[in-house]
Design a binder for this molecule. Structure first.
Ligand code: ZN
Length: 316
């Protein structure tokens, strides 16, 4: 559309109106361009299954790749149903990262949605670490998936992602190398910092009671005993038998506090507290970050928050 045709259709407003119309059209065009730019983002799309993996992938990708998560902040990774938006992302994905060891019970649907040539990588499994066995419940003995709760193992997730990015986009391999080595160093420093923070908790008080037994790798890395109401979030949660077992454990010990997690209701831990008088604290973050405005906006912040909450209730 040209100035002349607008002027012609609007007769006497020829002088003032065309300028307004053109202004409006320009604004509309600019808006459309901005929208198109987002839709036409030419960068390869990396789909991760939950926010922890998204955090790691974004650190390594820098500005070179687009990274999305399937399970949003605060939602339950063990039992997720793919949303329409998830399907769109998966259809456009150049690479998919999932944790593995069966935490994503819904991976079959992911596999049938992505293109057959798209790499789908189980990052935790690819680190080569021997998994610890789930400690109780219906899945006792199976591999526990929460390896990222040890920052040294999280650093190895980063190395797996780096190699996949270099394969996907060799032109930017230097950036991926650099971003990954910075992140790996950051996670090792985080491990040291957490050790220092947690040193305020005496050995005899290093008992961590939660809803899901999701802290095995954390407990192993930082010298805690770990107990929980149930073994993994994909079994039944908070049955009377499960509650009774933990109530007995708490009664036999002098542990002062039990914690709930950000992705779980606190009612099961509160039930244990009612029967034992143990203090309730939380949330601890394990299967999700808190989002940008929360107390655990990213992975290092999440582990620092957890450590401080442990020190607050278990410290001397
Ligand atoms: Zn979990």
């Amino acid at each position: 559309m040209t100035n002349t045709t607008i002027g012609a259709t609007h007769g006497w407003r020829k002088a003032a109106f065309p300028a307004l119309v053109i202004g409006a059209i320009l604004l509309a065009l600019l808006g459309a361009c901005a929208e198109d730019a987002a839709e036409r983002d030419e960068r390869p799309l990396v789909v991760t299954t939950f926010t922890i993996l998204q955090d790691f992938a974004e650190r390594v990708a820098g500005e070179h790749l687009r990274v999305e998560t399937i399970v949003p902040i605060g939602a339950e990774v063990h039992e997720w149903e793919l949303s329409p938006g998830n399907f769109v992302d998966l259809e456009n994905a150049s690479l998919v990262f999932y944790n593995g060891y069966n935490i994503e019970q819904w991976m079959r649907q992911v596999r049938t949605t992505v293109g057959s040539e798209v790499p789908v990588i189980a990052v935790a499994e690819e680190t080569g670490h021997e998994p610890l066995p789930i400690m109780l419940g219906d899945f006792e003995g199976a591999a526990d998936p929460h390896l990222w709760m040890d920052p040294r193992k999280a650093a190895d997730y980063v190395a797996v992602m780096r190699d996949a990015f270099i394969e996907l986009d060799p032109d930017n391999s230097e950036a991926y190398e650099r971003n990954a080595s910075e992140t790996i160093e950051l996670f090792h420093d985080l491990y040291d910092d957490l050790h220092e923070t947690l040193a305020a908790i005496p050995d005899e008080r290093r008992v961590l009671i939660t809803s899901e037994a999701a802290f095995l790798y954390f407990a192993d890395a930082f010298g805690f005993e770990h107990e929980a109401i149930w073994g993994t979030n994909h079994e039944e949660e908070g049955t009377p038998d499960q509650i009774v077992r933990v109530v007995e454990l708490v009664r036999q010990s002098d542990v002062p506090v039990a914690y709930y997690e950000s992705t779980m209701s606190d009612r099961h831990i509160r039930a244990v507290a009612e029967d034992t008088g143990v203090r309730v604290a939380g949330p601890l973050y394990v299967d999700s970050t808190s989002g940008p405005d929360g107390e655990a906006p990213d992975y290092p912040a999440m582990l620092r928050h957890n450590a401080e909450l442990l020190v607050e209730h278990l410290g001397r």
